[in-house]
Design a protein around this ligand. Structure first.
Ligand SMILES: Cc1cc2nc3c(=O)[nH]c(=O)nc-3n(C[C@H](O)[C@H](O)[C@H](O)COP(=O)(O)OP(=O)(O)OC[C@H]3O[C@@H](n4cnc5c(N)ncnc54)[C@H](O)[C@@H]3O)c2cc1C
Ligand SMILES: NC(=O)c1ccc[n+]([C@@H]2O[C@H](COP(=O)([O-])OP(=O)(O)OC[C@H]3O[C@@H](n4cnc5c(N)ncnc54)[C@H](OP(=O)(O)O)[C@@H]3O)[C@@H](O)[C@H]2O)c1
Length: 381
C-alpha cells in the first residue's frame, strides 16, 4: 500500500493543468471541457466514482470593479479567521471570499445603511426564502451595490458580511490504474447573461478551470463510497450519464479495460446535438469496438422536433433493461439532480412495471431491494 497522502481538503495539493480542451464543437450551446491535472508528487490516490474538490479563485476583473465601487485600494489588511490570519483586501476578495452571490448578512447591512432598500427587509426573513431566491436570481454583489449607490462599507464591515469561498466538486473522469498520477475532469462551463446588465456572468469555478488557473489548481480527493463499481467485475453495468454525468462512466470503462475484465456494460448518454455535443464519441466508439463497452445508446434531445431524453431510451429498451436487472445488473445514474435523476427514477419504475409485470407497489419494492443491495447508485448534482 502506498503511504497516505498528506494532502486533503484542509491542505489542498497544487495540481498542474496539462490538457484543457473543448469537447463540444463549433455551434454548440454548451462549452464542455476535458481537463487533465497532474497529481505527480502528491501521493494522492482516488478510486473510480470519487470526485475531485477544486478551490477556485474569483475573476480578477470582478475584484477590481468591486474595489472601485467600494472605494478600497485593495491594500487594506483583512482578517480571514478567528486565529488572526490576514491578507490584503485584493487577495482576500480573489481567493478567500464569495464575491458573486450576496449573503443574507450583506443584504441586511444594505437595508440598515440605506432606507431606500427597506423593501428588502421582509424577504430576509428565513420564512421568505423563495422571495429572496427570486430577488437574487441573476443579481450578484456588484449589482446590489450599484442599485444602492449611497451604501458605504468599511473594509472590515464588508468582509464581515461575505461568505467564505467554497471548493466545488467534479466527478473524476479517469481511472488511476489506467493513467497514473493524473486526474481527468469533464467540466460544463457556466456562462450566462442577465437582462438588466451588459456585464457577462460566469460560474466561479468552471470559468476558473476553463481560463484563469494559470496552470495551478488547488485540489483534494473527495471519496464517494456510495458510487463505487461493483466488486464482481462480471456484474452487468447500466450507466445513465447525460451531459457531464458521463464523466464517472468514462472512468468505469477505463478501470474495466485496465483490469482486463469485460462484464456486460451499457452506457446511455444524452446531450443536445449529436454533431456538436457527443462527448468522448471516439473513445466510446473504440471501447465498443474492443469490447470494454457492450452497448452504447444515445438520446440527442434537440436533433428532432420533440425532446428525446435518456429516460425515453430506457423505456424503448425496457425489455433489455429489465433482463439485465434480473441478471443482477448495477444501475448507475450521474448528472443533473433537479430534473433528470427524478425522471430516470420514474422511468426505471415504469420499466419494472411494464417488462417485469409488477404493480406500482411491487415496482417500488423491487427498486428498494436494488438500493438495499447497492445495485442502484446515484451521484447527482
Ligand atoms: C458530486 C458532484 C459532482 C459534480 N461533477 C461535475 C462534473 O463532473 N462536471 C461539472 O461540470 N460539474 C460537476 N458538478 C457541479 C460543480 O460542482 C459546480 O457546481 C459547477 O461547475 C458550477 O460551479 P461554478 O463555480 O462554475 O458556478 P457558481 O459560481 O457556483 O454559479 C452557479 C450559479 O450560477 C447561477 N446561474 C447559472 N446559470 C444561470 C443563469 N442562466 N441565469 C442566472 N443565474 C445562473 C445559479 O445561481 C447557479 O447556482 C458536480 C457537483 C457535485 C456536487
Ligand atoms: N437545474 C437546472 O435547471 C439545470 C439546467 C441545466 C443544467 N443544470 C446543471 O448544469 C450542469 C451541467 O449540465 P450538463 O451540461 O452536464 O448537462 P444537462 O444540462 O444536464 O444536459 C444534458 C442533456 O440532458 C437533457 N435533459 C434536460 N432535462 C432532462 C430531463 N428531465 N431528463 C433527462 N435529460 C434531460 C438535456 O436536454 P435539453 O437541454 O435539450 O433540455 C441534454 O440533452 C449540471 O450541474 C446540471 O445539474 C441544471
Amino acid at each position: 500500500m502506498p503511504p497516505e497522502s498528506s494532502y486533503s481538503r484542509k491542505n489542498p495539493f497544487l495540481g498542474t493543468l496539462g490538457v484543457n480542451r473543448r469537447l463540444t464543437g463549433e455551434g454548440s450551446n454548451k462549452e464542455t471541457r476535458h481537463l487533465e491535472i497532474s497529481l505527480a508528487g502528491s501521493g494522492l490516490r482516488y478510486e473510480v466514482g470519487d470526485s475531485l474538490g477544486v478551490f477556485p479563485s474569483n475573476d480578477p476583473g470582478l475584484v477590481e470593479m468591486l474595489l472601485k465601487r467600494l472605494g478600497f485600494s485593495g491594500d487594506e489588511e483583512c482578517s480571514l479567521d478567528a486565529e488572526g490570519t490576514s491578507c490584503p483586501m485584493r487577495g482576500a476578495l480573489t481567493r478567500h471570499f464569495t464575491i458573486t452571490s450576496p449573503s443574507r448578512q450583506l443584504l441586511q447591512a444594505v437595508v440598515e445603511k440605506d432606507s431606500s432598500a427597506a423593501f428588502l427587509a421582509p424577504i430576509l426573513d428565513p420564512a421568505s426564502m423563495p422571495h429572496l431566491e427570486k430577488f437574487l436570481r441573476g443579481r450578484d454583489i456588484l449589482d446590489v451595490l450599484e442599485e444602492f449607490p449611497a451604501v458605504k462599507f468599511s473594509p472590515e464591515e464588508f468582509t464581515g458580511v461575505l461568505r467564505k469561498l467554497q471548493p466545488r466538486l467534479y466527478s473524476i473522469a479517469s481511472s488511476q490504474n489506467a493513467i497514473g498520477d493524473s486526474v481527468h475532469l469533464t467540466v460544463a462551463v457556466v456562462r450566462y447573461s442577465v437582462g438588466h446588465s451588459p456585464r457577462p456572468r460566469g460560474g466561479v469555478c468552471s470559468t476558473f478551470l476553463a481560463e484563469r488557473s494559470n496552470g495551478e489548481i488547488p485540489v483534494f480527493v473527495h471519496s464517494a463510497k456510495h458510487f463505487r463499481m461493483p466488486e464482481n467485475p462480471e456484474t452487468p453495468l447500466i450507466m445513465i450519464g447525460p451531459g457531464t454525468g458521463v464523466a464517472p462512466f468514462r472512468a468505469f470503462l477505463q478501470e474495466r479495460k485496465a483490469a482486463g475484465t469485460a462484464g456486460f456494460s451499457w452506457l446511455i448518454f444524452g446531450e443536445q446535438h449529436a454533431e456538436t455535443d457527443f462527448l468522448y464519441r471516439e473513445e466510446f466508439e473504440s471501447a465498443l469496438a474492443d469490447g470494454t463497452l457492450t452497448k452504447l445508446t444515445t438520446a440527442f434531445s434537440r436533433d428532432q422536433d420533440h425532446k428525446v431524453y435518456v429516460q425515453h431510451r430506457m423505456e424503448e429498451e425496457g425489455a433489455e433493461i429489465f433482463a439485465q436487472l434480473e441478471r443482477g445488473a448495477c444501475f448507475y445514474v450521474c448528472g443533473d439532480a433537479a430534473r433528470m435523476a427524478r425522471d430516470v427514477d420514474a422511468a426505471l419504475h415504469r420499466v419494472i412495471e411494464v417488462h417485469g409485470g409488477r404493480t406500482p407497489e411491487q415496482a417500488n419494492e423491487y427498486v428498494d431491494a436494488m438500493k438495499k443491495d447497492k445495485r442502484y447508485r446515484k451521484d447527482v448534482y
